[in-house]
Every structure is written in structure tokens, then in C-alpha cells.
Design a protein around this ligand. Structure first.
Ligand code: CU
Length: 691
């Protein structure tokens, strides 16, 4: 019953709040109060029961409901998270603190693609350079936290069906006692390519004559994803717990109209082991150890596109005009301790990870000669951190800390001959090496002041850093005279983010309001260049360090009214500028937000939401970025809860509006020339059972 409440009723209650003085009001208020008490204006969280009520296909889409978070949609699924204008390696995305990378050089499979919602209980977001426990959280961190089984048998089954043959099912079962527990789960999701607001399928975005147009049945699956997981916990003593988990995921036939190719498969293995000991003695509050390993195999090609019908393809005995096979794996370890020191808490830790990334491209225009696109790159990172938090007089709380990292990178399959012939450019110079090392320090101080019981003020100043990623350093895709090549720049420096944040949080018995602003000065921010000439005489796009700024803010609020009515609203803005070139940064979402009204009496609910974005006319001319008009769409949903069962149904984009988001089209060097429109009117229903 308790689990049921946690899983299903809380979300309803969340937007609800006050109104009737019964149980429901208390529960919702509790939730709001928890949010109000525990979160600073630079933190957000999303509980999975909020997600389960929506038809979000993955984490990236679900996180769009949080202000300051957006996503890049390359097709029906595999949304890539954007946080305050930063994406890719500028932010960290973890599951239970585990570092995981996608295999695809075009981010078809971002980290969050590789775990299923049904594994997750809650998602925590830190905005800005305030995560010191992990290397590279330059712009922030998103950490999904997996479900913990209760100390009894439990079952959770969920089935969602929607337009265009959407199926999203999951089942988990667990057994638990004081000594230990075991949890197993399985999830399957698939869908055809959805219709956009103009009545055509998302995969029909290209004219039939375009080499990028699809030559498959419109009712082909746009993705099929199986995920299975098992996790065992053993309580050695009542304060010492060890956990071991394994997950396998197989994604097949994932279509990416945003890109030139589609994924044949992504196969992922994940292993995570943890040991946690709490309250060891008066001084040692907690000790955590963690070891993990994961790997992804990815294969993409253009067999579903017209480009594969080129007569030269068959003449070469192939079925594709281009294909990339890639694999990546990560090993990681972390040891961390929480010490009670004075009236505060000191956390110290060391961590290490190793990553390998390798990708080989074959293309007709290079006579199918295999190219070391990501030339078997090793990354080793070792780091240490310490942070301290303490309450001060007059309701002040201060926390801060520092971290240092040393990183080495080496592209094992990048020969000096290839570096000299292909990579030498007027941007990165001539003395290029396939090895680099980086040392970086980061740190922050955050001050919170509880001015009155209702008002909290927050300020933070932070330094965050991240090393250039393996792709930015070493990628090499020679496209000869066909089109600009795509090249890494081995002379890149790490990016340093110097950021300040201010926030205010106002909470009352029946409302919650969070406002934050930030300013970020990015030294050696990594962007793509304009086309440049390489030593072969052909043109290429490569990466460069520039100085840039990002500033913006978010507003988030919830209100409760009599008669079981609740209102919620959010707004987010970010502005990015390349200070070296005095032009806008690319891929910055425009002003966007949402407002929703909900009636919820604990047994039944109904909700209407308006999502909107302004137009974006600040575009990067180096990447031939296009402006995007504004849009607004309406979503409705309603549902009921009876004991173990709950049912929800809704229509997203009720008026079948045709719209595109500013982030959802590919920029150079692989601009396909089209914007991928968002999903049109979409009907769904979800039935779930929790015991
Ligand atoms: Cu790919």
C-alpha cells in the first residue's frame, strides 16, 4: 500500500496540494515541502511516478518538464539531454553514479538511452558546476537513481499503448527481507514512426527524390528496445549493505530521420557493485565503495534510405553506401567517506575511470576502405575531491569544496602519417600528436540563507572543467572532395567554466516558487569551426577553443487552490555568445516553459497543460544554423486510481499542431537540410498494477 502511494498517488498529489484537508492534501503538501526543504535553486528532481503518467518515451523527453532542461530529438526516441544550453560531454548523465557512454559518434545513443524508466525511482539534476564527486560536470549533472526493493514481495506491471502502435511495457518483481533482497525486471518498447502535425510520418520529412528519404514501409518499427535487469542486495549488518546489479539492453532498428543513417542495433551490458556502510562510529558517518563496468556495441548504416539504392552500392557487392560500427566500454571505481567534523560534514573521495572508444566507417565515396573514424581511443582519468558543509549562525549554511583530475588520452589507431596528411589544418597547427594529457582543478562555494521560514536565498560561485572528449580530439572522417571532412583537433585545451548563481525560494502552506539566475564565463569552450582547408587541399570542419558566455535563469512554481485545484508553471531562458567572434553560440533553446492546471481528488484527476517556446533568431553563422519560429501545444490527460490499479489516458498536442523545436535538426558537418518535426496529436493510455 505504501509502495502504491509512492508509485502512483504521489504524482497526482504533486500537482494537487492543499484544498481538501484530508489525507491527500497532507501527502501532496509533504511532497511539496520535501522539495522546498531539500532543494536549492540549482537542483531539480523528477520522480518516476510523474513520468509514468506521461507518454514520454525516454528520460530526455521526460526531463523536458523541468525548467532549464531541453532535449535534442533525432527521431521517435533517443532524446539527448540539454541543460542550460550545454549538452554532450559538457554535462554528466549517470545511473546510480555509473559513467556510461554511447557508442555512436553522432550521439544516436546518448547515455540516458541505455537504461529504462522502469529501472529508475528518481532523477536528480544539479545545474551548474556544483558536482564535485565526478570528473567533468562542467555544466551540471543528471543522476538517475534505481529502485530499491521493499522488505516484502512486490510486483509492478505497467502497460502503455498509444498512437502509431506505441507499446511501452515493463514488469518488475522483487523479494526482500532484513538480510537481503533481489529484484528483476524486463521492459519492452516499440513504435512506428509517429505522425507530425501535417499528417505525414516523421520519417517522411525528406522529399522522395532525396538520398536521405526512407525506402521502407511507413509501418516499420521506428525502434524496438528490450531491457532486462537483475539486482541483488545483501545486508551484512544493519548498517552495511552490498549490492550487485546487471542489465542487458538490445535496441534494434532505431530510425533517426535527423541523421543520414539509422541504427541496426545497440547492445549494452552494465554491471555495478556497491558497498555502503553507515554510522560506523561517532566520526565516520558513511563509507561508500563502487566498482562498475559497461559496454555498448553499435552499428548504423543507410540501408533504409534511398542513398543505399545507388547502383554503385550493388556493384561493390554492398547493401549500404555508408556504415559505421562502433564500440565503447568503461571501467570505473570510486571510494568515498563522509566524516563528521566540527558541526559540519566532510566528504572525501577518490575515483578512477577508463574508457575505450572505437569506430570504423566504410563509405562508397571512399571505395569502402575502412576508416578509423574513432581510432581506438583510450581515456584514463583519476581524480580526488573533498567538500565540506556546515550550518552557521543566523540561519546561514555554507558548503564548498575542490576536486583535482588528471586525464590521459591516446588514439591507438591514429598513425602519424594519417595525422600529417589529413588532420593538419590552419586551426590546429602542424605538430599533432595522438596522445594528450590534462590536469584540471574545479571547486565551488555555496551559501544559503534562510531569511524567514518562507524565504530562502541562495548564491553560488563555481569553477568546473572538462577535458576535450575523444571525438573532439581525434575523430577522422575523410570525405574527400564529396563534402567537408569531420576532423578532431588534438591540440584542444580543456574547457573551464567560471559560474555564479543566485536564487530565491519562497514556500508556503499551499505554494512553492523557485527563481534562479546564472552567469557562466566559458574559457576555451569547444565549438565546431567554419569550413577550413586541410593539408590534402580539401575542406573540413574541426573543433576549436573559443571564449564564450552563457547566462539565463529559470522560474518554477506550484500553487494549490480550494476545490482540489492545482496550478503549476515554469519558464526558462538561456543566451549563449561566442565572445571571440561576437556571434551567438549554436544549439541554444529559446525561451520556453509550460503552465498546467489540475483537478485531483486522490481517486480521479484531470489535467491540461500548455507547452510553449518562443522563436529563436540567435543562430551561429559558422554552422549555417537556421532560425526557428515559436510554438505552443496543448496536452490533456485524466486518470483514476483504485487500490493496486491505476489508469491514465491523454492526448498530447491535442490540436495536432505542426511544429519544430530549435534543437531538432542536424548542424554541420552532417547537416541533412531538414528540420525533424515534433509529434502531432498523440493518444495514449497507461494501465499499471502495483503490489
Ligand atoms: Cu550511430
Amino acid at each position: 500500500m505504501l509502495r502504491l502511494h509512492k508509485q502512483i498517488i504521489l504524482p497526482l498529489l504533486l500537482v494537487i496540494l492543499l484544498a481538501s484537508p484530508g489525507l491527500s492534501a497532507t501527502t501532496i503538501l509533504d511532497d511539496i515541502n520535501i522539495r522546498a526543504e531539500r532543494q536549492t535553486p540549482t537542483e531539480e528532481s523528477l520522480t518516476i511516478h510523474e513520468v509514468m503518467e506521461s507518454p514520454a518515451r525516454d528520460l530526455g523527453e521526460a526531463l523536458e518538464s523541468l525548467p532549464g532542461l531541453n532535449s535534442v530529438n533525432k527521431g521517435a526516441i533517443a532524446n539527448d539531454i540539454v541543460l542550460r544550453g550545454l549538452q554532450g560531454d559538457d554535462i554528466n548523465v549517470f545511473l546510480d553514479g555509473v559513467r556510461l557512454y554511447g557508442g555512436c559518434p553522432s550521439r544516436m545513443d546518448p547515455p540516458s538511452f541505455h537504461f529504462d524508466f522502469a529501472e529508475v525511482e528518481q532523477i536528480k539534476v544539479i545545474k551548474g558546476p556544483y558536482d564535485l564527486e565526478n570528473p567533468g560536470s562542467l555544466g551540471g549533472m543528471v543522476n538517475a537513481i534505481s529502485k530499491q526493493p521493499p522488505q516484502r514481495p512486490a510486483v509492478n506491471v505497467s502497460l502503455t499503448a498509444g498512437s502509431f502502435s506505441l507499446i511501452d511495457t515493463s514488469a518488475t518483481a522483487s523479494m526482500g527481507s532484513e538480510t537481503g533482497d533481489i529484484l528483476g525486471g524486463y521492459a519492452y518498447k516499440s513504435s512506428h514512426s509517429p505522425n507530425t502535425g501535417d499528417g505525414s510520418r516523421q520519417i517522411e520529412v525528406y522529399p522522395a527524390t532525396s538520398p536521405r528519404s526512407y525506402v521502407i514501409d511507413l509501418d516499420s518499427n521506428a525502434y524496438e528496445i528490450h531491457t532486462a535487469w537483475i539486482k541483488g542486495g545483501y545486508n551484512l549488518q544493519n548498517n552495511v549493505r552490498s549490492e550487485l546489479g546487471y542489465s542487458y539492453q538490445n535496441a534494434e532498428n532505431v530510425l533517426y530521420p535527423y541523421l543520414f543513417m539509422d541504427a541496426e542495433y545497440d547492445r549494452t551490458h552494465r554491471v555495478n557493485w556497491t558497498l555502503k556502510a553507515d554510522k560506523l562510529d561517532a566520526a565516520v558517518d558513511a563509507v561508500d565503495l563502487q566498482l562498475y563496468w559497461n559496454s555498448v556495441d553499435h552499428l548504423m548504416h543507410d540501408e533504409f534510405r534511398r542513398s543505399s539504392l545507388n547502383p554503385m552500392v550493388a556493384m561493390n557487392g554492398k547493401t549500404y553506401s555508408m556504415q559505421t560500427g562502433s564500440s565503447t566500454s568503461v571501467y570505473g571505481a570510486k571510494a568515498k567517506g563522509d566524516w563528521l567534523l566540527g558541526s559540519g560534514k566532510l566528504t572525501t573521495g577518490v575515483d578512477y575511470y577508463y574508457r575505450n572508444w572505437d569506430a570504423v566507417n566504410e563509405a562508397m565515396f571512399m571505395t569502402y576502405m575502412p576508416q578509423p573514424m574513432l581510432p581506438n581511443i583510450d581515456v584514463n582519468n583519476i581524480g580526488a575531491f573533498a567538500k565540506y558543509s556546515q550550518s552557521l549562525a543566523h540561519s546561514f549554511e555554507i558548503k564548498g569544496g575542490a576536486r583535482i583530475d588528471h586525464t590521459t588520452t591516446e588514439a591507438n589507431a591514429l598513425t602519424q602519417a594519417r595525422l600529417d596528411s589529413l588532420y593538419v589544418t590552419n586551426i590546429s597547427g602542424t605538430n599533432l600528436d595522438n596522445k594528450n594529457d590534462f590536469t584540471g582543478a574545479s571547486g565551488n562555494v555555496q551559501l544559503a540563507w534562510q531569511v524567514t521560514p518562507e524565504l530562502q536565498l541562495f548564491s553560488g560561485i563555481g569553477l568546473g572543467t572538462r577535458t576535450p572528449d575523444p571525438q573532439e580530439l581525434y575523430i577522422g572522417l575523410d570525405r574527400a572532395a564529396m563534402a567537408p571532412s569531420w576532423l578532431g583537433n588534438p591540440n584542444l585545451d580543456s574547457t573551464l567554466n567560471r559560474q555564479i548563481d543566485f536564487g530565491a525560494k519562497v514556500t508556503g502552506d499551499n505554494f512553492f516558487l523557485n527563481a534562479s539566475v546564472f552567469y557562466s564565463s566559458l574559457k576555451d569552450f569547444i565549438t565546431l569551426t567554419q569550413d577550413i582547408v586541410v593539408s590534402t587541399g580539401n575542406s573540413a570542419k574541426t573543433y576549436q577553443n573559443v571564449d564564450a558566455t552563457l547566462w539565463g535563469g529559470e522560474l518554477n512554481s506550484q500553487f494549490a487552490f480550494p476545490m482540489d485545484l492545482y496550478l503549476r508553471g515554469s519558464l526558462a531562458y538561456v543566451r549563449g555568445e561566442n565572445e571571440d567572434k561576437h556571434q551567438p553560440l549554436s544549439e541554444i533553446a529559446p525561451l520556453n516553459g509550460s503552465v498546467s492546471a489540475r483537478w485531483d481528488n486522490d481517486s480521479y484527476f484531470a489535467e491540461i497543460t500548455e507547452r510553449f517556446a518562443a522563436g529563436q533568431d540567435r543562430v551561429d553563422p559558422d554552422l549555417s544554423e537556421l532560425t526557428t519560429p515559436g510554438w505552443a501545444v496543448t496536452d490533456i490527460k485524466a486518470g483514476a486510481n483504485w487500490d493496486q490499479w491505476s489508469l491514465a489516458a491523454g492526448i498530447n498536442n491535442l490540436f495536432d499542431i505542426y511544429y519544430v523545436t530549435h534543437l531538432s535538426y542536424q548542424r554541420d558537418p552532417f547537416a541533412s537540410g531538414v528540420k525533424v518535426p515534433e509529434v502531432g496529436a498523440f493518444v495514449y493510455t497507461t494501465l499499471s498494477y502495483n503490489f
